[in-house]
Design a protein around this ligand. Structure first.
Ligand code: PH2
Ligand code: MG
Ligand code: MG
Length: 141
């Protein structure tokens, strides 16, 4: 089993219900145990597209027997199940965003799969929920 951290985000629809239900859906997978979920916080949009609704963001700590690639595939499947459509611009509004932030201490750089998440360290909406879950960049908490 490997400890992984998942970033949770939504800025369309019933954001809080979506994040809660998505975490439940994640926990229902036989390869995933949800260990802890951070609080959810409203955040202003960061990145190229500022004119979009505010986000609700959080993070979940999981123990998983899935490989990073399988875990990523599961996250993408859940996004689709919750109505995510990848048709707008990258970084634009979404009903659900599940990002694989960290997978043990592995460093992965493959097409579609970069771990740790490349923008993790510059985003308060990721770092604050991670800190709440006891993760810190130095490995000490
Ligand atoms: N996600 C993005 C782009 N910008 N801004 C906030 N506040 N929260 C997000 O989750 C977010 C964002 C693309 O994944
Ligand atoms: Mg994403
Ligand atoms: Mg994201």
């Amino acid at each position: 089993m490997t400890r992984a951290y998942i970033g949770l985000g939504a800025n369309l629809g019933e954001r809080e219900a979506t994040l809660r239900d998505a975490v439940e859906r994640l926990a229902a997978d036989p390869g995933v145990q949800v260990v802890a979920v951070s609080s959810f916080r409203q955040t202003d949009p960061v990145g190229a597209i500022r004119h979009q609704p505010p986000f609700l963001n959080g993070a979940a700590a999981v123990e998983t027997s899935l490989t990073p690639r399988r875990l990523l595939e599961l996250l993408l499947r859940i996004e689709t199940e919750f109505g995510r459509r990848r048709q707008g611009p990258q970084g634009g509004p979404r009903t659900l965003d599940l990002d694989l932030l960290l997978y043990g201490d592995e460093e992965i750089d493959e097409p579609g799969l970069r771990v740790p998440h490349p923008r993790l360290h510059e985003r308060a909406f990721v770092l604050e929920p991670l800190a709440e879950l006891g993760w810190s960049p130095s490995g000490r908490s």
